[in-house]
Design a protein around this ligand. Structure first.
Ligand code: G1P
Length: 277
């Protein structure tokens, strides 16, 4: 029902320099897969087979990754290593990949608006690949859980997580009315508030399902925190007009935008996924 997922991938990844000098941060591997590959697999598991990337200069390796590598296929076909290509072949066979460039870094909201032509007039997913979300093998992926909620509410759905107060200023934060254990109706939102001004400890995580009215709201959004056009501000306007639900998802999320989170994710995926293959 929701067939498209948008990936804002234009950022510089300065926290990982010099590793990210010529490799996009989304291509850093957690064990044996780049972060962006986990993101596309998660979208696919939720039925979002059309992948739309808002990219930037120097990000060619992302489009190369989601394409056939004839030389490599030729080298390893018929050898024991062919197994290694199985997952990516399946993904390529089932998905489409579209790219557009964000010419200036004007914030997450601006990145999403840049992707409008690739999305059109339909609800869509957004995944920030540096929030890596892992669920148990018998559990739905976070995006699939969110699609379930979208079917129920037919409005924008944002993923949230409780974070310690001292870290809250790194996130978008919601003020919501609890309607069940894991679901809140969003009343207000603020991007990266100081800890003492945060309306709650419920932080927005990089998974969204957005209805297409978000594009007009983004066009009307003025630069906010950090002088950037914030997605949070447009979703806040959407919440005031109608309905936006926030969902405390099942699963573990790793902040792979930080070195500590990245190392934690690597250890977790090695022990719980890679070694069990
Ligand atoms: C972005 C969003 C923020 C959200 C966060 C999740 O911030 O602007 O609302 O909480 O992603 O990772 P960024 O981490 O890109 O600064």
């Amino acid at each position: 029902m929701i067939s498209k997922c948008l990936y804002p991938v234009a950022g510089y990844g300065t926290r990982f320099l010099p590793a990210t000098k010529s490799i996009p941060k989304e291509m850093l591997p957690v064990v044996d897969k780049p972060l962006i590959h986990y993101a596309v697999e998660e979208a696919m598991s939720a039925g979002m087979i059309n992948n739309a990337f808002v990219t930037g200069r120097g990000k060619y390796s992302i489009s190369d990754h989601f394409d056939i590598s004839y030389e490599m296929e030729n080298e390893i076909s018929g050898t024991g290593k062919e197994e290694k290509l199985k997952e990516i072949r399946e993904l390529l066979a089932n998905c489409t990949f579209t790219y557009t460039r964000q010419k200036q870094m004007k914030g997450l909201g601006h990145a999403v608006l840049t992707g409008e032509n690739m999305i059109g007039d339909q609800a869509f997913g957004v995944i920030l690949a540096d929030d890596l979300c892992i669920t148990e093998p018998d559990e739905d992926s976070v995006m699939k859980q969110m699609v379930g909620l979208y079917k129920q509410f037919r409005c924008s759905i944002i993923a949230i997580e409780e974070v310690p107060r001292e870290n809250i200023s790194s996130y978008g934060v919601i003020d919501g009315e609890m309607i069940s254990d894991n679901i809140f109706r969003v009343k207000d939102m603020v991007e990266k508030p100081p800890a003492d001004k945060a309306p709650s400890n419920l932080a927005v995580i990089g998974r969204y399902i957005l209805t297409p009215d978000i594009f007009d709201l983004l066009r009307d959004t003025q630069p906010g925190t950090g002088g950037e056009i914030q997605l949070t501000d447009a979703i806040k306007a959407q919440a005031k007009n109608g309905c936006v639900m926030a969902y405390k998802f099942k699963g573990r999320r790793f902040d792979c935008g930080s070195v500590e989170g990245f190392v934690e994710a690597t250890n977790y995926c090695y022990e719980n996924i890679y070694k069990k293959k």
